[in-house]
Design a protein around this ligand. Structure first.
Ligand code: ADP
Ligand code: MG
Length: 625
């Protein structure tokens, strides 16, 4: 950490000193100005594409909106450039919001296609509007003045540009390290999981789209006043592609990659334009070919771009791992608000004839059962029985074909996963869904997303630190509770699979649930770890938590559950207290009839069907232990 800070300080000092010495050629200053302008745009792409997974070819068009707004307002109406900046930002936000609301709903390739269409239409708009000077554009734009100080020369603009770039880097860095930032980092590979933690992923997509557009607008505003003239060509699709290219080469997932990528591409472009005509005696557009080859090489050998390679090299040179792995747990902080828990009601969860069909397959066949407050109900059955699908129906991940689910007396079967999470249903996933590149504690903090409000502005300006401390403290507390207190700052992807499942339990607990749904939590755990987990779950029950548990380890299930529901081929086979269900002939048949490799040493073979219990009780049948 410290070393990074030293490096950043060094970088800032070099940036600050460069234009002071007259020894620095004017050309360098100009080049650095262009790198700064591009960095602003690419920084937006880092957040949007690299982190958020949304590809936009249209950023150059937003640069154009910023540039043309100020060009038009300042030359036609004599508006102050600073006011024109505000106008440009408002206009950009409106356009980006509208565009985002339309295109971001669509999945897959529609967004990139939409941004291409948007970029082309704006380009032609710039080139055809009388007021915007058609293809000649607008000239005679006044330089900026800053408290009477004219920023007409390149050297004067330089400071404004780079102060804004560094501010944008700082804000973006801050944002990623905050409550909204964790939600944004979940968009690319964990959107479904994040929704189950209460994250409004659609809203965050629009937010980062607008954020990136605003940065591009600022870049355009600076550009217009630096060039003192605008014309449509720098805002066309080819520049949109170039910005994306800078992001990929620099390292689309890294804030500093934006600066690196912009610098590498712009310097390279300049060099190619200098050398290629001399070498080949033509002035054809060689940089396109070179960039194409480069893109293939980067995608082939450095998928994450150049930044991680550079920073890895630096770390090795300075001999430090730079790891926070052994950092102390976050300090005490006031506890987050907790959900009101009502006195034990009869049933916290009522599943009523719920059904799920996948085409012709009936995965869940009119299943009914209840979970009472403060009990652990086991949902067991061979692989493919429909247990996970039942979980997904209860938590709103999948819509039910028919049937009802009531949680604390309210119907939830038509609600979204996010709304159900908000009501107090926490869950884990059979196939672990976490963000492997993020630390363990941050993964768990994502679970507490709904328990405090931190907006993008507070995140970017780091005025959220008190609330962030609460979130991290809560995450650490849950991790310590489940026995992962030694791994707070480990990358989640480095944990053993069993530990990743435990991490998911901590994350579900961080949502402050009333009902906890655990899908095979003990799979992959060693004997002692299973015992620890059983102890945690019993303790949760004592505290009044209701738990629905899918688990194949019968010892674990038999010891822990108050009530068992057995499924096979989507149908409820039996239900009752564990000891009874264990003797049920239909259950024995389902388990011993060939699938027993999945259920090692499960039901006692000696169990005779001598004292059978009636199979398939109606929903509320057998009593509770
Ligand atoms: P379990 O968790 O009990 O092992 P699942 O609920 O995962 O079983 O699966 C039940 C059945 O539904 C299986 O036959 C499975 O192949 C099928 N299934 C699950 N999810 C889907 C899906 N998204 N599309 C089609 N079939 C599915
Ligand atoms: Mg399953």
């Amino acid at each position: 950490m410290r070393k990074n800070h030293v490096l950043i300080a060094l970088f800032v000092v070099v940036l600050a000193v460069l234009p002071m010495t007259t020894a620095t050629p004017e050309f360098w200053i100009t080049q650095l100005n262009y790198i700064g302008l591009a960095s602003l745009v690419v920084l937006g792409l880092v957040l949007l594409t690299g982190v958020g997974g949304l590809t936009s070819f249209g950023q150059a068009a937003f640069v154009g909106v910023g540039a043309y707004t100020t060009a038009w307002l300042t030359t036609q109406y004599g508006v102050s450039p600073w006011l024109a900046l505000v106008a440009g930002l408002v206009l950009t936000a409106l356009i980006a919001f509208t565009l985002g609301a339309i295109t971001l709903r669509l999945s897959g390739h529609y967004l990139p296609l939409g941004t291409i269409a948007w970029s082309l239409s704006l380009f032609y708009l710039f080139g055809n509007m009388e007021a915007l000077g058609k293809h000649d554009g607008i000239a005679g734009i006044a330089p900026l003045t800053f408290f009477g100080w004219s920023l007409s020369g390149g050297r004067n603009m330089y400071y404004l540009i780079w102060v804004l770039v560094l501010l944008a880097v700082w804000a973006t860095h801050n944002l990623l390290d905050s409550r909204p930032g964790r939600a944004i980092r979940a968009l690319k590979s964990g959107a479904g999981m994040a929704e189950s933690m209460g994250v409004n992923t659609a809203a965050y997509k629009i937010i980062i789209f607008v954020y990136a557009a605003l940065l591009a607008c600022v870049s355009g505003w600076l550009y217009a006043h630096m060039q003192r003239a605008v014309s449509p060509s720098p805002f066309g699709l080819n520049y949109g592609i170039e910005y994306l290219f800078m992001a990929v080469v620099g390292g689309a997932g890294y804030v500093w990659g934006a600066l690196l990528g912009s610098a590498v591409i712009l310097i390279l472009k300049d060099q190619i334009q200098n050398w290629m005509p001399r070498l080949f005696n033509t002035d054809a557009n060689f940089e396109l070919i070179v960039f194409g080859v480069m893109l293939v090489l980067v995608l082939q050998y450095a998928r994450d771009g150049l930044w991680p390679i550079l920073s890895g090299l630096f770390r090795r040179l300075t001999g430090g791992a730079g790891s926070r792995r052994n950092a102390p747990a976050p300090p005490e902080a006031p506890a987050l608000p907790k959900r009101e828990r009502d006195a034990p009601t009869e049933h916290v969860l009522e599943v009523d004839a719920i059904r799920k069909e996948f085409g012709g397959l009936v995965a869940v066949n009119d299943i009914s059962f209840n979970v009472r407050t403060g009990e652990i109900v086991g949902l067991i059955g061979p692989n493919g029985a429909g247990k996970s699908t039942t979980f997904n129906l209860i938590t709103g991940v999948l819509p039910a074909t028919r049937g009802q689910v009531r949680f604390r007396g309210q119907r939830i079967d038509r609600l979204s996963a996010r709304a159900i999470a908000k009501q107090g249903v926490g869950r884990t996933f059979q196939h672990v869904q976490l963000l492997p590149g993020m630390s363990v504690i941050e993964n768990v903090a994502l679970g507490a997303h709904l328990r405090t409000e931190v907006g993008v502005a507070a995140g970017a300006l780091h005025t959220d630190r008190a609330r962030e401390a609460q979130l991290l403290h809560e995450a650490a507390r849950q991790l310590q509770r489940v026995g992962l207190g030694d791994y707070l700052y480990e990358q989640a992807g480095n944990l053993a699979l069993g530990q990743q499942r435990i991490l998911e339990i901590a994350r579900a607990l961080a949502t402050d649930p009333v009902l906890l749904l655990l899908d095979e939590p003990a799979a992959g755990l060693r004997y002692k770890e299973k015992q620890d987990l059983a102890r945690v779950l019993s303790q949760l029950r004592e505290e009044g938590m209701s738990i629905l548990l899918v688990e194949h380890d019968m010892d674990f299930v038999m010891r822990l559950t108050n009530h068992l529901v057995v499924m096979d081929f989507g149908t409820k086979l039996a239900e009752g207290v564990p000891a009874e269900v264990q003797r049920n002939p239909a259950v024995l048949e389902a388990y011993l009839g060939g699938i027993d490799e999945d259920m090692p040493g499960t039901l006692p073979q000696s169990a005779t069907p001598a004292a059978p219990v009636a199979p398939a009780h109606p929903a509320n049948a057998t009593g509770v232990a």
